[in-house]
Design a protein around this ligand. Structure first.
Ligand SMILES: [Zn+2]
Length: 359
Protein backbone atom coordinates (compact mmCIF):
# COMPACT_ATOMS: atom_id res chain seq x y z
CA UNK A 1 0.00 0.00 0.00
CA UNK A 2 2.86 2.39 0.70
CA UNK A 3 4.32 4.07 -2.38
CA UNK A 4 7.70 2.88 -3.71
CA UNK A 5 10.78 4.40 -2.05
CA UNK A 6 11.44 7.87 -3.38
CA UNK A 7 7.82 8.47 -4.32
CA UNK A 8 5.15 10.24 -2.32
CA UNK A 9 1.65 8.69 -2.32
CA UNK A 10 -0.71 10.48 -4.73
CA UNK A 11 -3.12 11.41 -1.94
CA UNK A 12 -0.36 13.11 0.09
CA UNK A 13 0.97 14.83 -3.02
CA UNK A 14 -2.48 16.19 -3.85
CA UNK A 15 -2.98 17.45 -0.29
CA UNK A 16 0.39 19.21 -0.44
CA UNK A 17 -0.51 20.85 -3.73
CA UNK A 18 -3.83 22.07 -2.31
CA UNK A 19 -3.54 25.65 -1.04
CA UNK A 20 -5.39 25.94 2.25
CA UNK A 21 -4.48 28.81 4.60
CA UNK A 22 -6.59 28.78 7.78
CA UNK A 23 -10.16 29.81 7.03
CA UNK A 24 -9.66 29.25 3.30
CA UNK A 25 -9.39 25.44 3.18
CA UNK A 26 -11.49 24.82 0.05
CA UNK A 27 -8.75 23.21 -2.06
CA UNK A 28 -7.82 20.75 0.71
CA UNK A 29 -11.50 19.98 1.36
CA UNK A 30 -11.87 19.06 -2.31
CA UNK A 31 -8.94 16.62 -2.12
CA UNK A 32 -10.37 14.98 1.01
CA UNK A 33 -13.81 14.71 -0.65
CA UNK A 34 -12.25 13.12 -3.72
CA UNK A 35 -10.24 10.47 -1.85
CA UNK A 36 -12.64 9.71 1.05
CA UNK A 37 -15.99 10.13 -0.66
CA UNK A 38 -15.83 6.76 -2.47
CA UNK A 39 -14.62 4.72 0.57
CA UNK A 40 -16.18 6.29 3.69
CA UNK A 41 -19.81 5.60 4.64
CA UNK A 42 -20.23 9.33 4.37
CA UNK A 43 -18.16 12.52 4.59
CA UNK A 44 -19.83 15.13 6.78
CA UNK A 45 -19.11 18.85 6.59
CA UNK A 46 -19.94 21.71 8.96
CA UNK A 47 -20.03 25.50 9.29
CA UNK A 48 -16.31 25.65 10.23
CA UNK A 49 -15.25 23.87 7.03
CA UNK A 50 -14.24 20.61 8.71
CA UNK A 51 -14.47 17.30 6.86
CA UNK A 52 -15.52 14.20 8.88
CA UNK A 53 -15.20 10.84 7.10
CA UNK A 54 -17.19 8.12 8.88
CA UNK A 55 -16.70 4.31 9.00
CA UNK A 56 -18.56 1.82 11.21
CA UNK A 57 -21.66 3.88 12.04
CA UNK A 58 -23.51 2.36 15.01
CA UNK A 59 -20.43 0.72 16.57
CA UNK A 60 -19.20 1.68 20.05
CA UNK A 61 -16.74 3.16 21.04
CA UNK A 62 -16.15 5.99 18.60
CA UNK A 63 -12.53 6.85 17.73
CA UNK A 64 -11.94 10.34 16.35
CA UNK A 65 -8.75 10.94 14.37
CA UNK A 66 -7.84 14.60 13.90
CA UNK A 67 -5.36 15.95 11.34
CA UNK A 68 -5.53 19.60 10.43
CA UNK A 69 -5.68 20.49 6.76
CA UNK A 70 -4.98 24.21 7.07
CA UNK A 71 -1.57 25.80 6.58
CA UNK A 72 0.13 29.14 7.12
CA UNK A 73 -0.56 31.95 4.70
CA UNK A 74 -1.35 35.63 4.38
CA UNK A 75 -4.44 37.72 3.72
CA UNK A 76 -4.46 40.93 1.67
CA UNK A 77 -5.30 43.95 3.81
CA UNK A 78 -4.50 46.97 1.64
CA UNK A 79 -3.90 47.87 -2.01
CA UNK A 80 -1.93 51.09 -2.47
CA UNK A 81 -2.21 53.65 -5.27
CA UNK A 82 0.79 52.19 -7.10
CA UNK A 83 -0.67 48.68 -7.11
CA UNK A 84 1.44 47.19 -4.32
CA UNK A 85 -0.40 44.81 -1.98
CA UNK A 86 -0.01 44.76 1.80
CA UNK A 87 -0.96 41.83 3.97
CA UNK A 88 -1.47 40.35 7.42
CA UNK A 89 -0.03 36.97 8.39
CA UNK A 90 -2.17 33.86 8.99
CA UNK A 91 -0.53 31.59 11.58
CA UNK A 92 2.84 31.70 13.31
CA UNK A 93 5.28 33.06 10.73
CA UNK A 94 9.00 33.62 11.17
CA UNK A 95 9.18 37.05 9.48
CA UNK A 96 12.73 36.46 8.32
CA UNK A 97 11.32 33.85 5.90
CA UNK A 98 8.79 36.12 4.19
CA UNK A 99 10.65 38.39 1.73
CA UNK A 100 11.77 37.27 -1.70
CA UNK A 101 9.20 34.50 -2.10
CA UNK A 102 7.03 33.70 -5.08
CA UNK A 103 3.41 33.64 -3.93
CA UNK A 104 -0.04 32.91 -5.30
CA UNK A 105 -3.00 35.09 -4.42
CA UNK A 106 -6.15 32.97 -4.45
CA UNK A 107 -8.89 35.10 -5.99
CA UNK A 108 -12.45 34.29 -7.00
CA UNK A 109 -11.22 34.23 -10.60
CA UNK A 110 -8.21 31.99 -9.98
CA UNK A 111 -4.65 32.40 -8.72
CA UNK A 112 -2.57 35.53 -9.35
CA UNK A 113 1.24 35.30 -9.22
CA UNK A 114 3.33 37.70 -7.17
CA UNK A 115 6.51 38.13 -5.17
CA UNK A 116 7.04 39.36 -1.61
CA UNK A 117 9.16 42.51 -1.91
CA UNK A 118 11.27 44.58 0.44
CA UNK A 119 14.00 47.17 0.08
CA UNK A 120 17.21 45.64 -1.33
CA UNK A 121 20.20 45.11 0.95
CA UNK A 122 22.17 47.77 -0.95
CA UNK A 123 19.59 50.38 0.02
CA UNK A 124 19.73 49.60 3.76
CA UNK A 125 21.91 51.15 6.43
CA UNK A 126 24.27 48.95 8.46
CA UNK A 127 21.79 49.17 11.36
CA UNK A 128 18.79 48.26 9.17
CA UNK A 129 20.59 45.16 7.89
CA UNK A 130 20.62 43.69 11.40
CA UNK A 131 16.85 43.92 11.78
CA UNK A 132 14.05 41.66 10.57
CA UNK A 133 11.51 43.72 8.60
CA UNK A 134 8.10 44.32 10.15
CA UNK A 135 5.15 42.88 8.23
CA UNK A 136 4.12 46.37 7.05
CA UNK A 137 7.61 46.93 5.65
CA UNK A 138 7.02 44.16 3.10
CA UNK A 139 4.52 43.95 0.26
CA UNK A 140 3.41 41.79 -2.64
CA UNK A 141 4.27 42.91 -6.17
CA UNK A 142 2.01 41.44 -8.87
CA UNK A 143 3.40 43.61 -11.66
CA UNK A 144 0.48 46.04 -11.57
CA UNK A 145 1.24 49.70 -12.22
CA UNK A 146 -1.67 51.28 -10.35
CA UNK A 147 -4.08 50.61 -7.54
CA UNK A 148 -6.88 50.60 -10.08
CA UNK A 149 -5.20 47.89 -12.15
CA UNK A 150 -4.43 45.77 -9.06
CA UNK A 151 -7.99 46.10 -7.78
CA UNK A 152 -9.30 44.50 -10.96
CA UNK A 153 -7.19 41.41 -10.22
CA UNK A 154 -7.27 40.96 -6.44
CA UNK A 155 -9.41 42.06 -3.49
CA UNK A 156 -8.89 42.82 0.18
CA UNK A 157 -9.47 39.54 2.03
CA UNK A 158 -7.98 37.33 -0.69
CA UNK A 159 -5.68 34.68 0.86
CA UNK A 160 -2.07 34.16 -0.22
CA UNK A 161 0.28 31.16 -0.03
CA UNK A 162 3.91 30.51 -0.92
CA UNK A 163 4.36 28.89 -4.32
CA UNK A 164 6.63 26.11 -3.04
CA UNK A 165 5.73 22.54 -4.00
CA UNK A 166 6.85 19.01 -3.12
CA UNK A 167 10.36 17.92 -4.06
CA UNK A 168 12.36 14.79 -3.19
CA UNK A 169 15.69 15.24 -1.43
CA UNK A 170 17.35 11.86 -0.86
CA UNK A 171 15.65 8.54 -0.23
CA UNK A 172 12.50 9.02 1.80
CA UNK A 173 13.28 12.64 2.72
CA UNK A 174 11.13 15.22 1.01
CA UNK A 175 10.80 18.98 1.13
CA UNK A 176 7.49 20.82 0.83
CA UNK A 177 5.49 23.80 1.94
CA UNK A 178 2.77 22.66 4.32
CA UNK A 179 3.94 19.23 5.52
CA UNK A 180 2.55 20.93 8.67
CA UNK A 181 0.05 19.44 8.59
CA UNK A 182 -0.90 17.90 5.24
CA UNK A 183 1.15 14.90 6.39
CA UNK A 184 -1.05 14.49 9.49
CA UNK A 185 -4.22 15.10 7.49
CA UNK A 186 -3.05 12.40 5.07
CA UNK A 187 -2.38 9.98 7.96
CA UNK A 188 -5.83 10.16 9.56
CA UNK A 189 -7.64 9.82 6.24
CA UNK A 190 -5.30 7.10 4.95
CA UNK A 191 -5.99 5.09 8.13
CA UNK A 192 -9.70 5.26 7.37
CA UNK A 193 -9.11 4.30 3.72
CA UNK A 194 -7.14 1.20 4.74
CA UNK A 195 -9.68 0.21 7.40
CA UNK A 196 -12.50 0.55 4.87
CA UNK A 197 -10.61 -1.49 2.28
CA UNK A 198 -9.20 -4.29 4.44
CA UNK A 199 -10.91 -4.42 7.82
CA UNK A 200 -14.47 -3.12 7.61
CA UNK A 201 -15.83 -6.31 9.24
CA UNK A 202 -13.07 -6.84 11.83
CA UNK A 203 -13.35 -3.25 13.05
CA UNK A 204 -15.36 -3.10 16.31
CA UNK A 205 -15.26 0.69 16.71
CA UNK A 206 -16.71 3.56 14.75
CA UNK A 207 -13.88 5.61 13.26
CA UNK A 208 -14.23 9.22 12.16
CA UNK A 209 -11.29 10.82 10.35
CA UNK A 210 -11.58 14.57 10.80
CA UNK A 211 -9.67 16.93 8.52
CA UNK A 212 -9.78 19.89 10.85
CA UNK A 213 -9.79 23.53 9.79
CA UNK A 214 -8.13 26.56 11.39
CA UNK A 215 -5.68 24.70 13.67
CA UNK A 216 -2.91 27.21 13.02
CA UNK A 217 -4.95 30.04 14.50
CA UNK A 218 -6.11 28.26 17.67
CA UNK A 219 -7.33 24.67 16.99
CA UNK A 220 -10.65 26.22 16.00
CA UNK A 221 -11.97 23.43 13.78
CA UNK A 222 -11.28 20.69 16.32
CA UNK A 223 -13.64 22.10 18.98
CA UNK A 224 -16.93 21.97 17.07
CA UNK A 225 -16.07 18.80 15.11
CA UNK A 226 -15.20 16.85 18.27
CA UNK A 227 -18.42 18.07 19.89
CA UNK A 228 -20.39 16.86 16.87
CA UNK A 229 -18.68 13.45 16.64
CA UNK A 230 -18.92 12.89 20.42
CA UNK A 231 -16.08 10.29 20.58
CA UNK A 232 -14.79 8.25 23.55
CA UNK A 233 -11.26 8.04 22.07
CA UNK A 234 -9.27 10.56 20.06
CA UNK A 235 -5.87 10.66 18.39
CA UNK A 236 -4.51 13.89 16.97
CA UNK A 237 -1.79 13.70 14.32
CA UNK A 238 0.41 16.72 13.78
CA UNK A 239 4.07 17.42 13.10
CA UNK A 240 6.75 17.82 15.80
CA UNK A 241 10.22 19.30 15.83
CA UNK A 242 13.06 17.05 14.69
CA UNK A 243 16.00 18.29 16.77
CA UNK A 244 18.69 16.53 14.73
CA UNK A 245 19.97 19.53 12.80
CA UNK A 246 22.56 22.19 13.74
CA UNK A 247 21.72 24.73 16.45
CA UNK A 248 19.32 22.45 18.35
CA UNK A 249 19.96 21.36 21.94
CA UNK A 250 17.95 18.40 23.32
CA UNK A 251 18.13 19.99 26.79
CA UNK A 252 16.30 23.09 25.57
CA UNK A 253 14.24 21.92 22.60
CA UNK A 254 12.10 19.10 23.96
CA UNK A 255 14.49 16.14 23.70
CA UNK A 256 16.37 14.32 20.96
CA UNK A 257 14.07 13.53 18.03
CA UNK A 258 15.30 12.48 14.62
CA UNK A 259 13.91 12.30 11.09
CA UNK A 260 13.30 8.66 10.21
CA UNK A 261 13.04 7.54 13.83
CA UNK A 262 9.27 7.07 13.75
CA UNK A 263 6.48 9.29 15.07
CA UNK A 264 6.84 11.17 18.33
CA UNK A 265 4.59 9.49 20.90
CA UNK A 266 3.56 12.08 23.45
CA UNK A 267 3.07 11.53 27.16
CA UNK A 268 1.87 14.06 29.74
CA UNK A 269 -1.28 15.83 30.96
CA UNK A 270 -2.71 16.33 27.46
CA UNK A 271 -2.47 12.57 26.91
CA UNK A 272 -4.72 9.84 28.28
CA UNK A 273 -2.51 7.15 29.92
CA UNK A 274 -4.61 4.26 28.57
CA UNK A 275 -4.24 5.53 25.00
CA UNK A 276 -0.53 6.21 25.47
CA UNK A 277 0.13 2.72 26.85
CA UNK A 278 -1.87 1.04 24.06
CA UNK A 279 -0.01 2.94 21.34
CA UNK A 280 3.35 2.12 22.91
CA UNK A 281 2.48 -1.57 23.32
CA UNK A 282 1.29 -1.85 19.72
CA UNK A 283 4.45 -0.16 18.46
CA UNK A 284 6.60 -2.58 20.47
CA UNK A 285 4.62 -5.66 19.41
CA UNK A 286 4.71 -4.76 15.73
CA UNK A 287 8.24 -3.28 15.58
CA UNK A 288 6.97 0.13 14.58
CA UNK A 289 9.60 2.76 15.37
CA UNK A 290 8.57 5.60 17.72
CA UNK A 291 10.19 8.30 19.85
CA UNK A 292 8.91 9.36 23.26
CA UNK A 293 8.06 13.00 23.76
CA UNK A 294 7.24 14.60 27.10
CA UNK A 295 4.49 17.23 27.27
CA UNK A 296 4.27 19.33 30.43
CA UNK A 297 1.03 21.13 29.55
CA UNK A 298 -1.78 21.21 26.96
CA UNK A 299 -0.10 20.89 23.57
CA UNK A 300 -0.57 23.54 20.85
CA UNK A 301 -2.27 20.90 18.70
CA UNK A 302 -5.78 19.59 18.08
CA UNK A 303 -5.13 17.14 20.96
CA UNK A 304 -5.85 19.96 23.41
CA UNK A 305 -9.28 20.63 21.91
CA UNK A 306 -10.20 16.96 21.45
CA UNK A 307 -9.31 16.03 25.04
CA UNK A 308 -11.45 18.76 26.59
CA UNK A 309 -14.60 18.20 24.54
CA UNK A 310 -17.89 17.58 26.43
CA UNK A 311 -17.13 15.32 29.44
CA UNK A 312 -13.55 14.65 28.27
CA UNK A 313 -12.11 12.37 25.57
CA UNK A 314 -9.33 9.77 26.02
CA UNK A 315 -6.82 11.42 23.72
CA UNK A 316 -3.40 10.58 22.31
CA UNK A 317 -1.00 12.57 20.15
CA UNK A 318 1.38 11.34 17.45
CA UNK A 319 3.67 13.83 15.74
CA UNK A 320 5.60 13.33 12.53
CA UNK A 321 9.17 14.61 13.00
CA UNK A 322 9.80 17.64 10.82
CA UNK A 323 12.65 20.09 10.26
CA UNK A 324 12.17 23.84 9.69
CA UNK A 325 8.58 24.11 10.91
CA UNK A 326 6.52 27.03 9.60
CA UNK A 327 8.91 27.75 6.74
CA UNK A 328 8.30 27.13 3.02
CA UNK A 329 10.94 24.37 3.15
CA UNK A 330 9.69 21.83 5.69
CA UNK A 331 11.49 18.47 5.57
CA UNK A 332 9.85 15.14 6.45
CA UNK A 333 10.86 11.46 6.17
CA UNK A 334 8.02 9.58 4.50
CA UNK A 335 8.87 6.44 6.47
CA UNK A 336 7.69 8.29 9.58
CA UNK A 337 4.39 9.12 7.86
CA UNK A 338 3.84 5.48 6.93
CA UNK A 339 4.74 4.27 10.45
CA UNK A 340 2.13 6.65 11.88
CA UNK A 341 -0.57 5.32 9.55
CA UNK A 342 0.18 1.73 10.55
CA UNK A 343 0.29 2.42 14.29
CA UNK A 344 -3.10 4.15 14.25
CA UNK A 345 -4.61 1.45 12.03
CA UNK A 346 -3.55 -1.12 14.67
CA UNK A 347 -4.93 1.06 17.46
CA UNK A 348 -8.34 1.29 15.76
CA UNK A 349 -8.45 -2.49 15.33
CA UNK A 350 -7.47 -3.02 19.00
CA UNK A 351 -10.56 -1.29 20.38
CA UNK A 352 -13.08 -3.65 22.02
CA UNK A 353 -16.85 -3.13 21.94
CA UNK A 354 -17.91 -0.74 24.69
CA UNK A 355 -14.31 0.05 25.67
CA UNK A 356 -13.56 3.31 27.55
CA UNK A 357 -10.34 5.14 28.44
CA UNK A 358 -11.31 5.96 32.03
CA UNK A 359 -8.52 5.74 34.63
ZN1 LIG B 1 1.86 24.49 12.55
Amino acid sequence: MSAPAGEAPDFLRDLLEARSPSGYEQEAQAVVDRYLGPVAERVDRDALGNRMAVLGEGKDPTLLLAGHMDELGFVLSHIDDKGFLFFETIGGHDRIMIPGRRVRILTDRGPVSGVTGKRAVHLMSAEERKKIPEVHEMWIDIGATSGEEASKLVAVGDPVVYAHGLEPLRGERFIARGFDNKSGCYVVNEVLRRLARDHADALRAKVVAVSTSQEEIGTRGAYPSTFAVDPQFGIAVDVGHATDHPDCDPRKHGGKHVLGGGPLLSRGPNINPVVFARLQQLAEDHQIPYQLKAENAPTPTDARAVQMSRAGVATGLLSIPLRYMHTPGEVVHLGDVEATVELIRLFALSLEPGERGDW
